[in-house]
Write a protein that binds this ligand. Sequence first.
Ligand SMILES: [Mn+2]
Length: 394
Amino acid sequence: MLEDLDQLMEKYGIDGLLVNGSAFENQDIYWLTGFRSSDEIIYLKNRGDEPLVASSFLALERVKKESLITQTHDLTEVHLQILREKKKVRDNQDRIYGDLLKKQFSGKVLGVPDIFPASILVMLQKMGYTIKVVRDLVMEARATKSPREIKTLKKAGDATTAAIAQIVEMVKESTIGPNKILMHRGEPLTVRKVKLALEHFLLDKGAESADDAIVAVGKKAFDWHYLGVSGDKFKSETPIIMDVFPRLKQERYIADVTRTIVKGSVPKRVREMFDAVHSAAEATVDALRDNVVIEDVNLACFNTLKKHGFDSKGLNPDAKDGMTHGLGHGIGLDVHELPSTYSCEERYVEGNVMAIEPGVYLASIGGVRIENDYVVTKGKAKRLTTGLDDIIYV
Ligand SMILES: [Mn+2]
């Protein structure tokens, strides 16, 4: 949370935190300032002080009205001087940062996150500033969500489960044609058609795909990041993975939900995969809570899969099939945030929001994956992605 920044700055040994960019390109900027704009701004926080944003002209006025920031630094005069000299602002960043830092930065060590323009970093060093790259600092602060963020993530979750439910209806409506191909309103049900339907529905709910959705039919889902190509056709008696991770257009938060759907009779081996994955999901969520060691939650999943006869990279790094990816990831303004499920010795804390996605994959069949988003609490983790069955046989 924003409240954790001072403590983290102390931990990382920096006196000031400097971040640059626009909300649409840099989630850190949006999270730190709440300023939803394409304007590039500079965020500076001295340890122990309120943060400020440096900007100019009309953008500065909007920062004052529309952001969470109460302190500003006006760069209008410096910008005007550069323009009067018929020069480019982007070639004169030393004057911009010089003005800001001389007047507003009182400490010695300036921290910058990993996403920071390399040219400005080098320039600041040439100007004599001591710069420390604090790769994880803002990400660590972002890992613990405020009640307001959790409410927004729930809204993203509702849009996502509702969008997948629409596709389930399309599959239900479909008939089974030659070669097991699903026919929807007289045409084969293709990945293109399904992705378009997802996008249309999400837009109506105020969301849009963060990157793309995964819609993987049958064996193609063995590669669990295979996105699906337009011409892929839905088939009966075949597991189809739909992994949908849209972003709310206004609030910019993301949900991540996966369902696997089978139309028609469910082959025995596929049913076994579903049973294993569903049991693993339940065991994982039972284990997930405040102050629990991250690896213990991983093991709850992998050991359950093992009991069901499935291998995993978690128990066997050489595994060729079974669960060949990690348990999940933190989620928020980015699809992948901290905490990382690979930080085995660390512990979950209240307010972490996790996408938990057990899955098993067999080369001869494809895969089955179930993914839902949860808030870590002192008791049982609270699910944010409700209203849609985990196992979908239609
Ligand atoms: Mn995910």
